[in-house]
Design a protein around this ligand. Structure first.
Ligand code: C5P
Length: 241
């Protein structure tokens, strides 16, 4: 069971929409939500200004850009993303320990340059859209959960603050990575909410009970008739356990 403040801090609302809609939702959630997620669709359309605009509304930003390139490029990308004001940034563990450590160096450089808190890094292990067949098709034949564990250890060992995984992997990731790791879980659905394209889902309370630090919730809030009421009901669920 979380305090109300902890519950508000735990929910990241994914703004997978255009700028106008994102700003409308941010305005509605201002003072209630603490975090929003800006993904590639919104960021590639609007650039760093959208991150700043969220910050001006008192919202912290998880910039979900899933960086994956050569270490030199990822250093620069992580630094630039961090300078935009992002509080958390995603990278792909598959890019190697060297790539993850250069992402860490990039966000550290940005923090030194602008004198603000360092952007936290979370690593994608295996995309939740991939199953064992898809993994095998790209040449990885080991058990999917072993691959997730291996990449999570690699990423955190190389300087990532945590990982992104499905709620169903949160408990094993918490056991593997320890109490301080950030464990961010999408695929969260309040009881009765439409699944959409998500398959491996859990309720907000179940995801937190399994050890998630933060939940990413998109359409159940953003497409609700009353996004504020839906967000508040998730907060209440987390407070009640
Ligand atoms: O609308 P919904 O709650 O399904 O949104 C989940 C969000 O989490 C989306 O922005 C999606 O891009 C993101 N995400 C995901 N699975 C991952 C990583 C991120 O669904 N493995």
């Amino acid at each position: 069971m979380l305090s109300e403040s902890e519950a508000r801090e735990s929910v990241i609302v994914a703004l997978d929409c255009d700028r106008k809609e994102a700003l409308r939702l941010a305005g509605q959630l201002e003072g209630r939500a603490r975090w929003v997620k800006v993904g590639m669709t919104l960021f590639y359309a609007e650039g760093p200004s959208i991150v700043r605009e969220m910050g001006e509304r008192g919202l912290r930003v998880f910039l979900d850009l899933k960086l994956h390139d050569i270490p030199f490029q990822v250093f620069g990308a992580a630094r630039s993303a961090s300078l935009s004001g992002a509080d958390m940034l995603s990278i792909h563990a598959l890019g190697s320990a060297q790539m993850v450590s250069q992402a860490r160096a990039g966000v550290e450089r940005a923090a030194e340059e602008c004198g603000r808190d360092r952007t936290r890094l979370v690593a994608i292990s295996v995309l939740t859209s991939m199953d064992e067949e898809a993994l095998s098709s790209v040449g990885i034949d080991r058990d999917l959960s072993d691959e997730v564990s291996r990449l999570a250890s690699l990423a955190v060992g190389a300087g990532s603050d945590g990982i992104v995984c499905s709620p169903q992997e949160a408990a094993s990731m918490r056991a593997l990575l320890g109490p301080d790791a950030l464990i961010v879980t999408p695929g969260v659905r309040p009881a009765g909410a439409a699944l959409g394209d998500q398959r491996r889902v859990a309720t907000p309370a179940a995801a937190i009970a399994a050890g998630a630090s933060k939940l990413v919730v998109g359409r159940p809030v953003t497409r609700a008739g009353d996004p504020v009421a839906t967000f508040e009901s998730i907060v209440s669920e987390l407070c009640e356990g």
